[in-house]
Design a protein around this ligand. Structure first.
Ligand code: NAD
Length: 355
């Protein structure tokens, strides 16, 4: 049994990882999360009664508090997911992205190094810090046929991806310079249950149900490589257990889709699920509305996930069609979760942390 500290564990991917660890492993988990607008304790309700689950409200930018937490919990593994994660918000207000994704990662690395140096040799050699990052650090594949590999050069386009790239570089520097045992994963776009409804897929599902416009940036031709969040959670756990220290692993679902096709597929699934339509809506796809493109919008991302598949034996379980269907069904059957997000009574907002 390991003791795992998960930063950002109340977010979309972090909560999927924590639910996976509690349901499928013998490990003990401490979630450390600031509970920004994106942190939602409702997403951890199914594990909150388990004695192997613990929660501590923490800002990773508070170095002394991170030191105290590490000394008190004494983790064998840190999985670092705490971040500002929404590209549009990074364009409107980059400061918080620089603070959490760069300064916060630096502060966590320094605290982890102090903690790691305080361990005995056996514990030191077992310890790892796993930094969770994005394929957006590699920039835009444009109209090329290429895929991102672990040696693709970094060329981030947005304040979000630039801040994540900086975090990745710091993690590598702390490994190379100080010997801190780290691993990095870079993953493609995630989707699935419990995703905050500012992101494309839940936004489209919930707007469609409310009869609101379904906004699509530009011509909708941007291509993303989609991965079901529970597949990502399993990949993260696998890398943290058996990945090679110092290595990077790209994670992707072999599901390249144009944004417009994703939106059209959601409309089709909603039609099939015989959802009662809002008044005046003949077909959900009639709600699609093209809006001005995002500044600096990357055209295509796509992952070569061959390394994690060959070396660690991980493969995604869901196709895009099966995962999207599960996701739509989840939002249809969990209105209590998303209504509390919409009306602001979920944890992040209730604690006065809305921005
Ligand atoms: P999210 O926005 O849903 O969750 C982020 C969590 O971090 C929230 O619970 C928030 O409260 C917490 N947090 C933010 N600032 C903090 C701080 N200063 N201290 C402590 N906690 C803080 O994000 P997500 O979609 O779950 O992404 C998790 C990680 O995975 C991020 O690092 C992101 O860059 C990366 N990633 C996301 C995707 C994706 O498609 N969502 C894809 C690849 C990689």
């Amino acid at each position: 049994m390991k003791r795992i500290l998960v930063t950002g564990g109340a977010g979309f991917i972090g909560s999927a990882l924590v639910r996976y660890i509690i349901s499928s492993t013998p490990d003990d988990v401490l979630v450390a999360d600031k509970l920004t607008y994106a942190g939602n304790l409702d997403s951890l309700a199914s594990v909150s009664g388990d004695e192997r689950y613990h929660f501590q409200r923490l800002d990773i930018c508070d170095g002394p508090a991170v030191d105290r937490l590490l000394q008190a919990y004494r983790p064998d593994l840190i999985m670092h997911l705490a971040a500002e994660s929404h590209v549009d918000r990074s364009i409107d207000g980059p400061a918080e992205f620089i603070r959490t994704n760069i300064d916060g990662t630096y502060i966590l690395l320094e605290a982890a190094l102090r903690y790691w140096r305080s361990l005995d040799r056996v514990k030191q050699s077992a310890f790892r810090l796993h930094h969770i990052s994005t394929d957006e650090v590699y920039g835009d594949l444009g109209s090329s046929k290429g895929l991102f590999s672990e040696i693709s050069p970094y060329a981030p386009s947005s304040p979000y991806s630039a801040s994540k790239a900086a975090g990745d570089h710091l993690v590598r520097a702390w490994l190379r310079t100080y010997g801190l045992p780290t691993l990095i994963t870079n993953c493609s776009n995630n989707y699935g249950p419990y995703q905050f409804p500012e992101k494309l897929i839940p936004l489209v599902i919930l707007n469609a149900l409310a009869g609101k416009p379904l906004p699509v940036y530009g011509d909708g031709g941007q291509i993303r490589d989609w991965l079901y969040v529970e597949d990502h959670a399993q990949a993260l756990y696998r890398v943290a257990q058996v990945g090679k220290i110092g290595d990077t692993y790209n994670i992707g679902g072999h599901n390249q889709r144009k944004n417009i096709d994703v939106v059209a597929s959601i409309c089709e699934i909603l039609e099939e699920c015989a959802v009662a339509k809002p008044a005046g809506v003949a077909h959900f796809r009639d709600l699609i509305q093209f809006v001005a493109d995002r500044p600096g919008h990357d055209r295509r991302y796509a992952i070569d996930a061959g390394k994690i598949e060959r070396e660690l034996g991980w493969h995604p379980q869901e196709t895009f069609d099966s995962g999207l269907r599960k996701t739509v069904q989840w939002y249809l059957s969990h209105p209590a979760w998303w209504r509390r997000v919409q009306d602001g009574t979920y944890s992040g907002e209730r604690l006065g942390l809305a921005r």
